[in-house]
Design a protein around this ligand. Structure first.
Ligand SMILES: [Zn+2]
Length: 143
């Protein structure tokens, strides 16, 4: 399926394809990509192409990490969490903090949270984690 460059959804996250293909270990896919870049088999523009929406979120609410960007080594990576699911826009919702994430988790509808790392300096980005949230039964209390 062809996507236009402007479309922003969970398919915009690098690494989401391996997730959907059932490859559990994202770190391996990420490591492979970084190696390919450092071996010169991938150009920077091929790995540093974060969507403008993702960059905006990364600059606005990105959570700073202690991890240096593996590509430009100029800035630390930030983490952005997106939630996709019922009654949310197709481009998902950026979750600002853990409280907001917890609110989604308490709902009965099922959502999927995507945690993405991004570099505000070179626009490297990669999916870090995908987790199902929500889907709580009304009469169930999770301790
Ligand atoms: Zn970078």
């Amino acid at each position: 399926m062809a996507r236009t460059r402007d479309t922003f959804d969970s398919g915009s996250f690098r690494g989401v394809a391996s997730f959907r293909a059932g490859l559990v270990d994202h770190r391996m896919a990420r490591r492979h990509l970084i190696n390919e870049y450092h071996r010169g088999r991938l150009g920077r523009e091929e790995v540093c192409d974060a969507h403008p929406e993702l960059m905006r979120a990364a600059r606005g609410v990105g959570k700073q990490t202690e991890t240096r960007c593996p590509i430009c080594v100029e800035a630390n990576l930030v983490l952005v969490t997106y939630v996709f699911g019922p009654r949310l826009a197709a481009h998902g919702k950026v979750v600002a903090d853990n409280n907001e994430l917890a609110q989604f988790h308490r709902r009965t509808e099922e959502y999927t949270a995507y945690v993405v790392e991004a570099c505000c300096s070179c626009r490297w980005h990669h999916l870090v984690r995908v987790l199902p949230i929500g889907g709580q039964r009304a009469n169930r209390r999770v301790g």
